[in-house]
Design a protein. Structure first.
Length: 352
């Protein structure tokens, strides 16, 4: 590597040290175009002691792997050896109804104008709080199709190829010069991510379509798995679950997207219903979280499409019912975690 190439390395902060964040960090470091700082939480001690153990369909097996830096908190970059971060990559679950929010978490590391924020998270309208909090920064949309799980702290199984589409969340009123700058930053990240030669990261010039398309699956299979505690194979074996819940939600999402100017065909709906291998017994992530008693990321995956439907005047009865049930599940989890306490007060209805 030449001196010029070394100096061109991007300083990247990855927030979220689970399986997806780890594989993103590995791809960036392996390509030689980035120096990655990872913020770890529950797995910090294990990784500090032994590094990551990775078994990857793309990258092979690696024991004791570490990025350039690991830490437990986001520090102001002026207090470290990093002048500023070129990219902050957020791979944590997006749970805006449970503080702290993404905006609050990353604020200490955001340098005005110089730093690009990459949201590798699920859901609709996830960029809006970031555009409001950081109006001078480029906000990128990263949609990943990847199969990876952390089977134990610091131990990552990556068994479905890393395919990523990355584009720009555009703020209203931006001039052509700023839009070009945003696109250049997005393409720089795509190049850095692809530099390892083992992943498929592509520039996405139609972010809204990509996110609506992914919602067809995420807004249907994920919430149904959380409510029923049922994997995808069982949903298809007991076909009434597909007929009465999954397929109707997919078609409601397609109708909302159409009202928003995004066409998602009936053929695509049918394809996504059977996209998983029938013998995979795959449990979607929201179902996994609900089963573990963890918080679920339902607001951006189910709530935001529902609110778009209300704004656009599109009926979505199945999605709305699912949202109400998921909100009840989340409320129980908040109570269990001590975030809320049930009290009978004059402000609460249905006192009898």
């Amino acid at each position: 590597m030449t001196i010029a190439e070394a100096e061109d390395k991007a300083n990247v902060l990855v927030l979220g040290g689970g399986a997806v964040g780890t594989m993103a960090a590995y791809a960036l470091e392996a390509g030689g175009r980035a120096k990655v700082t990872m913020v770890l939480r529950s797995n910090y001690d294990a990784v500090k002691k032994s590094g990551f153990s990775i078994d990857s369909i793309d990258h092979g097996q690696h024991n004791g792997w570490l990025p350039s830096r690991i830490r437990t908190t986001i520090l102001d970059p002026t207090e470290t050896d990093v002048q500023h971060y070129d990219f902050i990559v957020v791979t944590t679950k997006n749970i805006p109804d449970v503080p702290p929010t993404v905006s609050t978490l990353i604020k200490p590391a955001v340098t005005s104008d110089l730093c690009t924020i990459v949201l590798m998270q699920n859901g609709l309208n996830i960029e809006k709080p970031l555009l409001e909090a950081f109006p001078n920064n480029t906000i990128l949309s990263g949609v990943q199709m990847i199969g990876a799980s952390e089977t134990a702290p610091g131990i990552v199984l990556h068994n479905e190829p890393d395919i990523c589409k990355l584009g720009v969340f555009e703020a209203e009123g931006k001039g052509d010069e700023l839009k070009l700058c945003d696109e250049q930053r997005a393409r720089r990240f795509v190049e850095a991510y692809n530099a390892c030669g083992r992943v498929d990261c592509r520039f996405d010039d139609n972010v809204r379509y990509t996110r609506w398309k992914k919602l067809l699956y995420n807004s249907s299979y994920n919430p149904v798995s959380a409510v029923l505690g049922m994997d995808v194979t069982r949903m298809r074996v007991y076909k009434h679950v597909i007929d009465d819940l999954v397929a109707p939600i997919m078609r409601e999402i397609a109708a909302i997207a159409a009202a928003d100017g995004v066409h998602l065909s009936e053929d695509l709906v049918r394809k996504l219903i059977t996209i998983d291998k029938l013998d995979s017994w795959f449990m979607p992530s929201m179902g996994q979280d609900a089963g573990k008693g963890n918080f679920i990321e339902f607001e951006n995956i189910v709530g935001e499409p529902m609110r778009e439907a209300q704004r656009l005047g599109v009926p979505c009865p199945t999605l709305t019912t699912m949202y109400s049930i998921l909100k009840g599940i989340q409320t129980k989890t908040k109570e269990t975690r001590g975030l809320i306490t049930p009290r009978v007060t004059d402000a609460r209805p249905y006192r009898g």
